[in-house]
Ligand binder design. Structure first.
Ligand code: NAG
Ligand code: NAG
Ligand code: NAG
Ligand code: NAG
Ligand code: NAG
Length: 404
């Protein structure tokens, strides 16, 4: 066996009791397979992946095929309202920032040639002309968000997230923008909802990752940190969960809709259980791109009153309540009872600081019935409290206490 002493692959095993380092000399003739099914295996190649199977073929070509079981993508926290992270689009890859939205299957990015209203200060990045794998589909697309929206043409290109590349992914290439992500460094949106791309006919990015075999396990998870704290950085984990980011066990709920990340909860209560809301059960949808927790108007107005919050403003369906900043630390947890277990949300998460004011994340909506039950929309304030896994394979969603 001819050894190449300069080529050494270092694998660090991290069982619960500490780290162990294994060094494998890579030979020209040897084929080495490491199977690892339990515990975590980290490697010093190029990705932060925890690996299950690693195969090294032919030392001359040093071909390493690593099948990642999970991949972490670091996200940026914008004032505890939005979280966004990097993707690369095209060949060679152009790096963009996108919001990942579990509330839709919208899929679009701004074109460099995008025309916006004049107050936009952030330059757009994606230039179709410098990607050799770009294809225009010659069909127009438009997405609307209330009075805002983007429009342009349907297009196709490679999109990579955390080093996992999907080929020929369909997305909307926006050439016109009305008020979306105007002054923030976000270049588009990747929907992590269900089935087809919203407004299109093609599979969404997450489904294509599974379909094209770059991701084995159809699960992803979010960790949203609190700004101005020493929390770990916010993370999207593809392929499973990251045990460093939560504590305790997951509480699971089966999905109740084949179209959305929707589940049934038992009720909502203030700590102690004397004041209950949606007592006969509720339907909840988890939305990673929503900066509020939206509930039925009559429940939310009582809940905010109990929290000592007062109505500050009303924009359309959105009622914004203010809380006295001095009282935040003494406010009770709000508990979402799911599958008989209490998910206790702390005031540190449901009070959002904005321009020196303390705002309640709870906002009301009229007539929001789904499957004859009141609907709650659980946005980023809820997800800061709970590490959330979205398990498409098993049709369920799981919550564990986020590590702070
Ligand atoms: C975030 O907070 C900073 C400081 O308070 C403020 O200047 C900025 O406008 C905020 N950005 C957004 C998008 O809210
Ligand atoms: C993009 O996809 C093509 C196939 O359409 C592939 O040959 C190419 O390597 C991919 N580029 C990147 C950067 O992954
Ligand atoms: C793609 O690039 C070409 C060449 O720069 C440009 O004329 C065209 O408008 C671009 N398409 C879009 C949708 O931005
Ligand atoms: C993507 O498109 C290219 C060119 O049309 C084709 O060669 C390649 O096989 C496609 N990749 C997938 C995964 O469909
Ligand atoms: C959720 O679905 C699984 C599989 O279909 C089933 O075994 C389980 O009992 C369900 N759990 C609840 C709480 O309905």
């Amino acid at each position: 066996m001819h050894l190449l002493p300069a080529v050494v692959l270092t694998i660090i095993l991290i069982p619960s009791c500490g780290a162990r380092v294994l060094n494998f000399p890579v030979s020209t003739s040897n084929r080495l397979r490491v199977h690892f099914h339990k515990g975590q295996l980290q490697q010093r190649l190029h990705t932060p992946a925890r690996l299950r199977t690693l195969s090294i073929q032919d030392g001359n070509r040093k071909h390493v095929s690593a099948q990642a079981s999970t991949i972490d993508i670091e996200l940026q926290n914008l004032n505890d309202t939005m979280y966004y992270g990097p993707i690369t689009v095209g060949t060679p890859g152009q790096q963009l920032n996108v919001a990942f939205d579990t509330g839709s299957s919208a899929n679009w990015i701004f074109s460099k040639r995008c025309l916006s209203s004049p107050d936009t200060r952030v330059p757009r990045k994606y230039n179709n002309a410098s990607s050799t794998t770009y294809k225009s589909k010659l069909l127009r697309f438009a997405f609307g968000y209330f009075t805002k929206g983007v429009s342009g043409v349907w297009a196709e290109d490679n999109i990579s997230v955390g080093g996992l590349t999907v080929e020929n992914q369909t997305f909307g290439l926006a050439t016109v923008n009305h008020g979306v992500y105007e002054n923030v460094d976000i270049d588009g949106m990747i929907g992590l909802g269900f089935f087809k791309i919203f407004g299109g006919k093609e599979p969404n990015l997450f489904d294509n990752m599974v379909r094209q075999g770059v991701l084995q396990n159809p699960v992803f998870s979010f960790y949203f940190n609190r700004k101005d704290s020493d929390d770990p950085s916010s993370r999207l984990t593809l392929g499973g969960t990251n045990p460093d980011l939560y504590t305790g066990d997951f509480t699971f709920a089966n999905l109740t809709s084949p179209f959305r990340w929707h589940f049934e909860g038992d009720w909502v209560q203030l700590y102690g259980g004397e004041v209950k809301f949606s007592e006969n059960g509720f339907q909840a949808v988890v939305e990673s791109d929503n900066d509020m927790i939206v509930g039925p108007n009559e429940d939310v107005s009582v809940l905010n009153m109990k929290l000592g919050a007062t109505l500050l403003s009303q924009h359309g369906y959105r009622y914004v309540y203010e809380i006295n900043c001095d009282s935040v630390d003494s406010l009770p947890d709000v508990e979402f009872v799911v599958n008989g277990k209490k998910l206790a949300l702390s005031s540190k998460d449901y009070v959002v600081k904005k321009n020196g004011r303390c705002l309640s994340a709870f906002t009301g909506k009229k007539n929001s019935m789904v499957r004859r039950q009141p609907q709650w929309i659980l946005g980023t304030p809820f997800m800061r409290g709970f590490y959330t896994q979205f398990d498409k394979g098993s049709g369920r969603i799981g919550f564990a206490k986020a590590k702070h």
